[in-house]
Unconditional design. Structure first.
Length: 388
């Protein structure tokens, strides 16, 4: 258990205890062990109690982590240049943002597209957390009242495919994952049970997962003990997104690797990560509902699913390279700070987005197009596609 985490406030602790009670009952009903993806689903999305549904704000400096749009406006303004390069090529183009979090990116993006004279016909937001959706609605009404009539919240993907841009920043990493252990050729799914009055790892068998993991082990040349994650919903999710685009761009930004790096023999403890008050640690059982739980994204799976759905790989890039290709340097040159303090804020923002030790290299951007005649802004010829 992580020892240096700040103590949660009493009301937050009560939320976590209530969720824990639910989980305990579920584990008991299941005979002592539930799958990790089912635990993660509950820890993040349990109505009223899960991390994204309990009303305790996870984003920003006061929360648990900072995403690129929360760093400042540069990210959203660069992304607008990519989005505009697609909207200029389609008629009556729309934007569909997945998992919009606080709604800040939507606000920045819409403002920039409006300044550029390339507003989408509709700006859809598809957000699975009702609490997050309410925050987005409040922020949009306060910050962009004049554009509100273009904005619409959806419960599901549109029934009819749309033209334009479908995108998500840090959404794929929030899809629940399964965990497994490979020991000298034997595979076990790692579930969640109870021992000594606490949540703990239990072992389950899963024939389908075993077959897949054995393939990974062979391709990766694993030796000894190996533990990692696998996201069972990633492929169908991507397929659904691809199918919802008649013409345009599907864009995902997240931390992750191509499969060979993801399941590299040296990454033998997996990529699962938890965040609480800007501290990262690896114990998913600490205070369920109060911390974020994520896993890196296997971008090879993303690419296989999107291309199987008939989309074309537009590019796979680091966030730093993507922002450069979107023209972050010109944008910064255009913003003339009034004073030294403003200048410092802007350059710190750029550093956080671009430096390799910050978000610049860990975060990747992957884009797939359908029926576009011209290339999309943001992807340079020399990208990372050989690592998929
Ligand atoms: C880590 S946050 C990222 C928020 C925002 N995109 C940003 O960059 O600040 C993940 C968000 O995705 C939402 N989410 C997770 N899975 C989703 C899904 N399948 N469809 C739509 N939203 C989802 C969560 O509720 C949360 O708002």
């Amino acid at each position: 258990m992580p020892s240096d985490l700040p103590l949660p406030a009493t009301h937050a602790r009560a939320v976590s205890d209530a969720l824990l009670e639910k989980l305990n009952r579920r584990i008991e009903r299941a005979g002592g062990c539930i799958a990790f993806d089912s635990f993660m689903e509950s820890a993040l999305y349990e109505p009223g109690l899960g991390y994204y549904n309990n009303g305790l704000m996870p984003f920003g400096e006061q929360g648990d982590f900072v995403t690129a749009p929360e760093v400042g406006q540069l990210f959203g303004r660069c992304l607008a240049r990519c989005v505009a390069s697609v909207l200029e090529q389609v008629e009556q183009g729309v934007v569909l943002e997945l998992g919009a979090g606080s709604g800040l990116l939507a606000v920045t993006l819409l403002a920039e597209l409006s300044n550029m004279g390339v507003l989408p016909e509709r700006y859809y937001l598809l957000e699975r957390s009702p609490g997050m959706r309410a925050r987005q609605q409040e922020l949009m009404a306060r910050r962009q009242p004049a554009l509100l009539d273009r904005v619409e919240w959806l419960d599901t993907l549109p029934e009819e495919p749309v033209s334009g841009v479908v995108f998500g920043n840090e959404v794929a990493d929030a899809l629940p994952v399964k965990r497994f252990r490979w020991q000298g050729g034997e595979v076990n799914e790692l579930g969640v049970g109870r021992r000594g009055g606490r949540l703990s790892i239990c072992e389950m068998s899963n024939a389908q997962l075993t077959t897949y993991v054995q393939q990974l082990a062979q391709q990766g040349g694993w030796e000894g003990d190996y533990q990692a994650e696998y996201c069972p919903t990633l492929s169908p999710w991507i397929r659904g997104l691809a199918d919802s685009l008649e013409k345009g761009l599907l864009l995902l930004i997240d931390y992750g690797y191509g499969r060979a790096e993801y399941y590299h023999p040296q990454r033998s403890m997996g990529t699962l990560m938890c965040h609480y008050r800007h501290r990262a640690h690896a114990d998913p059982f600490w205070c369920p509902g109060l911390q974020d739980i994520t896993a890196f994204v296997d971008f090879t799976t993303v690419a296989e699913a999107a291309t199987a759905a008939g989309m074309q790989l537009e590019g796979f890039s680091s966030q730093a390279r993507f922002l450069v290709a979107c023209g972050i340097d010109q944008l910064m040159a255009e913003i003339v700070p009034d004073n030294t303090r403003q200048f410092m804020i802007l350059s710190n923002e750029a550093k956080r987005l671009m430096l390799p030790g910050e978000m610049g290299e860990r975060f990747k951007v992957i884009g797939f197009s359908r029926d576009l005649l011209q290339s999309v802004k943001g992807f340079a010829a020399q990208d990372l596609r050989s690592r998929l």
